[in-house]
Design a protein around this ligand. Structure first.
Ligand SMILES: Nc1ncnc2c1ncn2[C@@H]1O[C@H](COP(=O)(O)OP(=O)(O)OP(=O)(O)O)[C@@H](O)[C@H]1O
Ligand SMILES: [Mg+2]
Length: 188
């Protein structure tokens, strides 16, 4: 059952739950949280399942990533990041590159600059074009965040060795959900 989130949080309340480096990054980059972020970040932080619906360009993709980046930053600082996949991000191929650059690569790079250290949060894109070499590398040292398409995920879930790496998975982001629900293909 879906319940509408009626509570919107203030900047101060959201900043309180973010890692100080992430807070510093966000506040240096943006003036304030967008409406989608005010309603959803806190619930993602507390581990609720959240469906975010708001106009294009309103910061939804970053809404999804921000608490995850913050939690992984906390673990990285304490050197407690395991060799497991923490987050799977699913999006159609055509949306992947730009969204990931803006909402994951760039934030992580800039947060590392603020931290003055490498965080070692590994991310990897896995699609039909991923080479055998890259695939076996991912199996040996799994990315903490795996970025993939619905089609590739359905194949990954059938790979017993890789599935082991997903046993501690904490976050699943399904972005551009309209493009999945839009057609007649079936996904698991
Ligand atoms: N709080 C914020 N204030 C200003 N800009 C922001 C904020 N959060 C994210 N942005 C920026 O706004 C732009 C659009 O954000 P994003 O792509 O996350 O929107 P979206 O809602 O996911 O859009 P779409 O529905 O097209 O996927 C990005 O460049 C992002 O960095
Ligand atoms: Mg988006």
């Amino acid at each position: 059952m879906i319940e509408k989130q009626e509570k919107s949080y203030t900047d101060k309340e959201i900043y309180r739950v973010l890692h100080p480096w992430v807070k510093k990054w966000f506040s240096g980059k943006f003036e304030t949280f967008s409406e989608a972020q005010r309603y959803a970040i806190m619930d993602i932080h507390t581990g609720e399942n959240v469906l975010v619906s708001s106009p294009t360009g309103s910061g939804k993709t970053l809404t999804a990533f921000l608490s995850i980046i913050s939690e992984l930053t906390t673990l990285a600082e304490k050197q407690e990041l395991d060799d497991n996949v923490y987050c799977i991000y699913i999006s159609p191929l055509k949306a992947l590159d730009n969204d990931i650059e803006k909402n994951l690569e760039e934030p992580l790079k800039e947060i590392e600059a603020i931290a003055g250290m490498e965080l070692g949060i590994r991310k990897a894109v896995r699609t039909g074009d991923t080479t055998q070499y890259q695939r076996s590398k991912m199996l040996k040292t799994p990315p903490h965040i795996i970025i993939t398409t619905p089609e590739t995920l359905s194949i990954l879930l059938c790979a017993p060795k890789f599935r082991e790496k997903l046993s501690n998975l904490k976050y699943l982001i399904v972005d551009e959900i309209h493009s999945l629900a839009d057609n007649k293909r079936e996904y698991i």
